[in-house]
Ligand binder design. Sequence first.
Ligand code: FES
Length: 105
Amino acid sequence: AKITYIENGGTEHHVDVPTGLSVMDGARRFTIPGIDGDCGGACACATCHVYVEGGWAERLPPMEEIEHDMLDFAFDVKENSRLSCQIKIDDGLDGLIVRTPPRQY
Ligand code: FES
């Protein structure tokens, strides 16, 4: 799926992330700055925090409780905050836009 990552400074990255990877995995694969993913996707670090933009926040599958709990540890959490390792790519997410926060902790 085509995913747009927008850095906090405004730089945009348009990449094609394969199905089965997470939004965090995609950021690592294409070395997009601003998403750390220290725990490797285990929902145990909150350093993969992103803001979901462009109306996508409502269209994603809802958060599991573990994501909700871990998100409390992220910096500057907003209504459209998610942990990107918990967003799994499939064709339905083609066009997804995420923005990185000013910092991860
Ligand atoms: Fe650690 Fe997402 S990579 S919570």
